[in-house]
Design a protein. Structure first.
Length: 109
């Protein structure tokens, strides 16, 4: 998918929209601060914007078209003797982040 195409799911399947604007950055932090300054809208991870959403500094737009495609993946060798440290790391992240990340659980409470 091109960097300037946003994909949403409207319930009937993916909808792809080409995005154009006057501001481009390859840093999530730079985009976050630009949005806070009123430069425009952005697609950012909830972990980055959660506090600003809770404080009312940012507003979620198009909430019915949430992007559920940005996963955190643990990729490792399929060797039988997986290191106990690697196994512990994977298990920890699977438990900690699961289907709903902790920062979203806190906001819902």
């Amino acid at each position: 998918e091109a960097w300037n195409t946003w994909t949403f799911d409207d319930g009937t399947g993916p909808v792809r929209l080409p995005i154009k604007g006057n501001f481009e950055a390859n840093s999530a932090d730079a985009i976050y601060y630009a949005v806070l300054a009123g430069v425009g809208i952005a697609r950012l991870s909830t972990y980055l914007v959660n506090d600003a959403l809770a404080q009312g500094r940012l507003v979620r737009v198009l909430p019915d078209y949430a992007d559920e495609t940005s996963d955190i993946l643990a990729i490792y060798s399929n060797k039988r003797n997986l290191s106990p440290n690697v196994r512990a790391f994977i298990d920890y992240f699977a438990e900690k982040f699961g289907p709903v990340p902790p920062w979203e659980k806190e906001q819902a409470a």
